[in-house]
Write a protein that binds this ligand. Structure first.
Ligand code: ADP
Ligand code: MG
Length: 332
């Protein structure tokens, strides 16, 4: 098991009520210029659930930077901490330790009142369960207008904005329908419109296509892309769907409560002038110098407990800890 990132710091039991705990050198400042500019910054985020004598470390010192305007997919096995992270970013839950900042809002230090204002105006959130996102007795237009009650728009402007969002997401025909008269995909698109009502800087979606077939999932994902490209919203979407994660530039994988690897996709032009999509997977290196080696590689080389490192001019070699090490005849 990996050591928690803010591991040395004591973590109070109840999580939500406890204050962020500073740990280690440099804990007083957000790390680096990249973090200063980022839309989402998680710094050694820890979330421990306690109850009935058992303790679950859902987030174990997670670091994450997401730039403004990115559309990012978050993937990982069940129980790896995706929902825990999204709930913290959404202001629905608070970390046990570590720091988290979204659009300049320090969420670990926020009061309940500040968190409420944050949820209303700064982030939009979409649940996996379509039924959870919309009020069943309101039409799509009324659902989208509902969060605007807390804003400054007049009624006519609210209607105009709701209709603009429904149109942008391709569901104008649902404006006067209640959710039961809409398909699952239409409901999720109306949910996205509702989440966008107050022009949030960040849109968070926790497996929004999890209950949908693949064609409908694509429709909903396209709506998230529209929110990103046309409205400039930074989007973070949890997904199990490889079709979705293959369409984003950056996919972040979570393992055991930490970001473990990232896949970056970009298009390049080959020597014949054809554009090709390249995907490259990276291991994530945290600020303390820790990285997670892919499980398959570790198992194939029977690595356990400790490894030997060898520094080369342009790379670092990692060797299993057996009798031979770097510098023996095993090397070419
Ligand atoms: P994911 O969304 O990646 O499936 P979660 O963030 O829901 O993972 O859960 C991460 C871990 O935390 C799991 O081991 C899960 O059982 C545990 N967990 C999640 N929510 C709670 C909770 N409210 N109380 C106790 N344990 C929880
Ligand atoms: Mg989940």
């Amino acid at each position: 098991m990996t050591e928690p990132g803010a591991g040395a710091a004591p973590t109070a039991g109840t999580g939500a009520a406890s204050r962020p705990v500073a740990a280690g050198p440099g804990a007083g400042a957000w790390p680096g210029q990249a973090a200063a500019d980022a839309m989402i910054v998680c710094d050694r985020l820890v979330r421990i659930y306690t109850g009935e004598g058992i303790e679950v470390q859902a987030l174990q010192g997670l670091d994450l930077l997401i730039a403004e305007g990115e559309l990012t997919a978050l993937v990982g096995a069940a129980g790896s901490g995706k929902s825990t992270l999204i709930n913290i970013l959404a202001g629905l839950d608070a970390p046990t330790a570590g720091r988290v900042r979204v659009a300049g809002h320090d969420l670990a230090a926020a009061t309940a009142k500040e968190r409420l204002a944050y949820r209303r105006g700064v982030v939009g959130f979409i649940w996996q369960q379509t039924s959870r996102n919309l009020l069943s007795y309101l039409t799509a237009r009324q659902n989208v207008m509902l969060p605007m009650r807390f804003g400054s728009l007049r009624r006519r402007e609210r209607t105009r904005r709701a209709d603009f969002l429904l149109d942008t997401l391709g569901i104008t025909h649902c404006a006067g329908r209640t959710p039961e008269r809409m398909s699952g995909g239409e409901q999720q698109r109306a949910a996205i419109a509702t989440a966008l009502a107050n022009q949030p800087r960040v849109l968070l979606a926790d497996e929004p296509t999890g209950e949908l077939d693949s064609a409908t999932a694509q429709e909903v994902f396209s709506a998230l892309q529209t929110a990103n490209t046309e409205l400039g919203t930074t989007v973070l979407v949890v997904t199990h769907d490889p079709a979705v994660s293959s369409q984003v530039r950056r996919t972040i994988a979570i393992r055991d409560g930490r970001t473990s690897s990232e896949t970056i996709r970009h298009t390049a032009t080959d020597e014949h002038g054809r554009t090709e999509l390249h995907a490259r997977e990276y291991a994530v290196l945290d600020r303390a110098g820790r990285l997670q080696l892919p499980r398959e590689m570790i198992e194939r080389l029977s690595m356990r407990d400790r490894v030997q490192l060898e520094e080369e001019a342009d790379h670092i070699g990692v060797w299993p800890d057996d009798a031979d090490g770097p510098g023996t005849e095993r090397r070419e």
